[in-house]
Design a protein. Structure first.
Lengths: 346, 291
């Protein structure tokens, strides 16, 4: 049962289509990320849900009701902006109380809920601070408390962590996930950071040039990327050019000197995509030469020159002896660890 | 070598700022000091200026109600002009800021355009429109039967306030405009998402944030209006004098330079005190928020 539903939503600015044919149904309590490079339409989609932009085509429904017919001020959504957009002339408590004031919540009740919201984001005791006197992380927490205190039906996060430094961002990611799990608010996060999307979301919507490339759990999008774009965008990947040979029986997938039984439904030129950590060194397989070997503590990173082009291999530092730079090796992987796509134009 | 370098380091700033400093001292500080000194000199119809130190001029200004009335009028006009520019200029800047690209630059030019035209020309324009029976607007309204007598504009305080507000408007609009540029572009969306209507957003979110801009614009407009000369001279003439036109008359018509100097000095001191005082108040009021 869909809680929030986007039905073939599209947005055009003049002749330019920014979002096209966007369909998604979000379950209650789900944490969804819109992931993609800048200009892929993810923020535009979020703004259409928020009501700051009207979709050119398509429908947005919340619990079966048409959301686009409701004024943004009446939608009851909580939004955290990239710039936080806190009210600089109000204290942290006044910022958080604003939404409650607009809903005519009685003063005593309001104070209690503001205090609880600030405590939830770890800012108890900061009630009387002005935003300009707070660090980026603290401002971000105020913005989150301000969005959550109104008990929104959906929480919309527009790149909320992109202005924080790496360490703080990681802390906030964990905290955000915990808060979201605790209160169970349906959440949509817009981000260009694949790690953020993977570590926070139940499902990821990977977008490129206004179109959905794939919708799936973090694991699905990482391990079974639906397109070359998804495999490139989510983590490092190796793409090898191969062919499916249907003249022999059983049919074979050939990439250089690497061979495997061909998957059904495909033929001719294909692209074989394998994650670096799924490649091992063996006696048979793609022949390659190790160009550089980088030690990174818990793992080794190898850059190889294979017969199908450059390749990256990551091996766990499990105590076994690893090949050295300049060594000739054979790269091998299990057929279930690769994804095979038809290769166009070859 | 380091001693030489150090010596050059201490000398260089003086050498570099020297020319500007000399210009500043020569054309501002020295004449100003001389004006203040002049206000303590004596003057007589036949003896001219006598370089003595007496308080005659200051006593005259302090005791003769004519001067109190004239200074009160000067500041009343300046305050009303400031209020009028704030009431019209702040919304004007806000609307301008919400316009889309091409219209925004066009109307910004419309607002700044008058700055390119002489104050005298702009004020004479008002005189052409409303000057007595021959003013274009008055003529039109009278021939249309809308009014029986010309709208009094020349030699009235209302006329002076209107003409001054027109001249000063760009300063207010620019000042508020600068404050609007510092606003977070998402701030209105943030307030809207929390359930605020358009009027609440303006009153609770936008107004408090552009207030420092309105106030600094008000200080500029107030001090420029209180010391304005051309507009009061044309609209008010001899009949409705303000501090600046009075000082001018004392210097050039009565030839009582010491009294004119006293009037000018008092205007300067009063303005400096008001501007510095209100600036300090504003800074203290908004220190927490706009550090």
């Amino acid at each position: 049962m869909a809680y929030l539903e986007l039905d073939r939503v599209a947005k055009q600015f003049g002749a330019q289509t920014v979002v096209d044919d966007f369909s998604l149904s979000v379950g209650k309590g789900e944490f969804i990320s819109f992931l993609g490079p800048s200009g892929c339409g993810k923020t535009t989609t979020l703004q259409m849900i928020a009501g700051f932009l009207d979709p050119t085509r398509g429908a947005i429904r919340l619990e079966g009701k048409d959301l686009t017919a409701i004024h943004p001020a009446k939608r009851g959504l909580g939004i955290v902006f990239q710039s936080y957009a806190l009210f600089p002339h109000m204290t942290a408590a006044e910022n958080v109380a604003f939404g409650l004031e607009m809903r005519n919540v009685p003063r005593a009740d309001r104070a209690e809920r503001v205090r609880a919201a600030l405590a939830m984001v770890g800012l108890a005791g900061y009630e009387d601070r002005h935003p300009r006197r707070m660090s980026g992380g603290q401002q971000q927490r105020v913005a989150l408390a301000r969005a959550l205190v109104i008990k929104p039906s959906v929480l919309l996060l527009d790149e909320p962590l992109s202005n924080l430094d790496a360490k703080l961002r990681e802390e906030m990611q964990i905290e955000l996930r915990q808060i979201q799990r605790t209160i169970g608010t349906t959440t949509i996060l817009v981000t260009h950071d694949q790690n953020e999307a993977m570590s926070l979301s139940d499902r990821i919507v990977v977008m490129s040039q206004g179109k959905i490339e794939q919708i799936g759990t973090p694991q699905e999008t990482y391990e079974k990327p639906a397109s070359a774009f998804v495999s490139q965008f989510l983590g490092k990947t190796n793409d090898f050019a191969g062919t499916i040979d249907r003249t022999v029986s059983p049919t074979q997938l050939v990439a250089g000197s690497w061979r495997a039984p061909a998957p059904a439904a495909l033929g001719g030129p294909v692209t074989v995509s394998v994650r670096p950590e799924r490649i091992g060194f063996g006696d048979t397989g793609l022949s390659a030469k190790i160009i550089t070997r980088i030690f990174q503590g818990n793992h080794w990173l190898f850059q190889c020159d294979s017969e199908c082009g450059p390749a990256i291999v990551i091996r766990q530092n499990d105590g076994t002896v690893q090949p050295a730079e300049g060594d000739a090796v054979r790269l091998t992987w299990r057929p279930e660890d690769m994804s095979v796509r038809a290769r166009a134009g070859a | 070598m380091s001693a030489v370098a150090e010596e050059r380091n201490t000398r260089a700033p003086w050498a570099l700022t020297g020319p500007a400093l000399m210009l500043f001292v020569g054309v501002l500080l020295v004449p100003l000091a001389m004006t203040v000194m002049l206000s303590f000199h004596d003057w007589g119809q036949y003896k001219g200026i006598e370089p003595v130190f007496i308080l005659k001029n200051w006593k005259e200004i302090a005791t003769d109600p004519y001067y109190a009335e004239m200074f009160w009028r000067t500041f009343r006009i300046a305050i009303l002009t400031t209020l009028l520019t704030a009431l019209l200029g702040a919304p004007e800047a806000y609307i301008l800021n919400r316009m889309s690209g091409r219209w925004k630059s066009f109307f910004l030019l419309v607002i700044l355009g008058p700055l390119l035209i002489s104050v005298v020309a702009r004020t004479l324009g008002w005189a052409l429109l409303f000057g007595g029976n021959n003013g274009l607007v008055n003529k039109l309204l009278m021939s249309a039967g809308a009014i029986r007598f010309p709208i009094p504009f020349m030699f009235t305080e209302t006329g002076m306030v209107v003409a001054l507000a027109h001249v000063m408007m760009p300063f207010m609009v620019l000042s508020v405009w600068a404050a609007l540029q510092r606003l977070d572009p998402q701030i209105e969306n943030a307030a809207m998402s929390l359930g605020a209507g358009p009027l609440t957003i303006i009153r609770r979110i936008i107004m408090p944030q552009i207030m420092p801009g309105v106030l600094s614009g008000a200080i500029i407009v107030f001090s420029l209006s209180a010391s304005a000369f051309a507009t009061p001279a044309i609209i008010g003439g001899r009949r409705l004098k303000v501090a600046a036109t009075l000082a001018y008359d004392e210097f050039l018509n009565t030839l009582n330079w010491p009294l004119g100097a006293a009037v000018a000095t008092l205007l300067l001191v009063a303005l400096v005190l008001i501007v510095v005082g209100s600036n300090a108040l504003i800074e203290r009021r908004y220190a927490e928020v706009f550090r």
